[in-house]
Design a binder for this molecule. Structure first.
Ligand SMILES: Cc1cc2nc3c(=O)[nH]c(=O)nc-3n(C[C@H](O)[C@H](O)[C@H](O)COP(=O)(O)OP(=O)(O)OC[C@H]3O[C@@H](n4cnc5c(N)ncnc54)[C@H](O)[C@@H]3O)c2cc1C
Length: 402
């Protein structure tokens, strides 16, 4: 699967941070994690921290999949409003999804500080109404979140104009959000794990999975076998290819980043994530070195050749929208890129076993706009499942939900 187009910034900026060997002999382990992106790294780190003998395998260089294309806004606010989740399921489910995502920000912060130097920073998140018609939905969402004790503030048209210079009917300001360099975080995690004894192999593709009641046997593209007590399929959007059941829909999503912008021009954008109520939405964040990172303009089909051709045009469209929104920041794209992006119908991820493979093969499908916070939650969830402990999200994030 061709996961990305153009020049994803993190890979350009960081280069190949750590190279790992190819698998060159059969081996045995407690848990084999297939996929060394942000999801596989966080899960392997959690499992290794719990004393499991973990092996990580990736068919590419590590972190070279969707993780290198991610714009990495870390938000507890998921793409599906809590009020919509409450209508679709119930209040308790909406609360569980939102509360868990809120605590995931703190968990990622702890991991980021543990490895250090990954451009993690706490931010606020400003979610504005794209048009007047969306105002009532936003007001409902704000009321629900405020009532449930989430750290939110309502900004009406005047407050938005006075405090942010933005023209919109209203916005929800959330005090808890963050940003990170996801490629750097995952690479540094894998390097730390390897130094502590976890075996990491890149350029090693898993081509078959055979599961019994006692173990799982993986075969790689060079015919080697890995025998594991459990397998975690953290193979990103490509993981869908292992399932007969259709569990998500693929899109293409576009992004660009500017050269560093003068701090005075960035103003409040330096510590604010900005996004809107329209779907697909435009979203903006900054980096530690003062670049503006912009994403959006999603296509509802994911055709790599078309995506390759569209990168520059989509970046130009995004730039026009940014100029309308924030006229004082008129910075052109320095690097533009695009990536495959998958979403489930309710915006929630899927973690756990699937009937097609039995209890020893656990999928880690951190799909949706909050993929990274979901990966953090999935790490705790799958570790609990492997250790046969209950976890509050096991049911909600399971395939049974479909
Ligand atoms: C443009 C864009 C913007 C995004 N913005 C955000 C955002 O703002 N916030 C957020 O939280 N999320 C965001 N996401 C989503 C987030 O980036 C993803 O959830 C995350 O990167 C997925 O990580 P992953 O490790 O699951 O997948 P990947 O990074 O793709 O890693 C999976 C790995 O598995 C390997 N693999 C696949 N098949 C095999 C096999 N058979 N054998 C061995 N290895 C295999 C691949 O080579 C790959 O390295 C965005 C995504 C995109 C594309």
């Amino acid at each position: 699967m061709d996961l990305k187009s153009g020049y994803p910034f993190w890979a350009v900026k960081n280069g190949l941070m750590h190279a790992f060997p190819q698998l060159d002999a059969d081996l045995t382990c407690d848990v084999a994690v297939v996929g060394a992106g942000i999801t596989g790294s966080l899960i392997a780190d959690e499992l290794a921290g719990h004393g499991h003998d973990v092996v990580v395998l990736d068919r590419r260089d590590v972190c070279w999949g969707s993780t290198s294309a991610s714009t990495a806004l870390l938000q507890y606010e998921i793409d599906t409003h809590a009020t919509d989740l409450a209508r679709r399921y119930d209040q308790a489910t909406a609360l569980l999804a939102y509360h868990s995502s809120l605590s995931a920000i703190t968990e990622i912060e702890a991991v980021a500080h543990g490895v250090g130097d990954v451009d993690f920073a706490r931010c606020e998140s400003l979610y504005y109404a794209s048009n007047r018609a969306d105002h009532p939905r936003l007001a409902d969402e704000f009321a629900w979140r405020e009532q449930q004790g989430f750290p939110v503030r309502w900004l009406n048209r005047k407050a938005l104009k006075d405090e942010y210079g933005l023209t919109s009917p209203a916005a929800i300001l959330s005090a808890v959000a963050a940003r990170v360099d996801p490629y750097r975080l995952a690479s540094r995690l894998l390097d730390r794990m390897q130094r502590k004894g976890t075996r990491v192999f890149d350029r090693t593709q898993v081509t078959s999975i055979t599961s019994t009641s006692r173990s799982v046997h993986l075969v790689t593209d060079s015919g080697l076998t890995v025998k594991a007590g459990h397998v975690v399929m953290a193979s990103g959007y490509e993981a869908q290819g292992w399932l007969h059941q259709r569990v998500a829909k693929n899109f293409s999503s576009y992004a660009y980043i500017t050269d560093p912008v003068d701090a005075a021009k960035l103003g409040w954008m330096a510590n604010t994530l900005l996004w809107e109520s329209a779907r697909p939405y435009i979203y903006l964040r900054t980096t530690g070195d003062g670049r503006l990172l912009v994403g959006g303009e999603d296509d509802d089909r994911d055709i790599p050749a078309r995506r390759d051709r569209s990168v520059e045009r989509k970046a130009a469209t995004l730039q026009r929208k940014v100029t309308r929104l924030l006229p004082r920041i008129d910075a052109p794209p320095a690097f533009a890129w695009a990536g495959t992006f998958a979403e489930t119908s309710d915006g929630l991820p899927l973690f756990g076993c699937h009937p097609q493979y039995g209890a020893r093969v656990l999928f880690a499908l951190a799909y949706g706009g909050n993929g990274i916070t979901y990966s953090m939650l999935g790490a705790g969830l799958l570790c609990a499942q492997i250790e046969r402990r209950p976890h509050p999200l096991s049911r909600l994030f399971s395939f049974a939900r479909l």
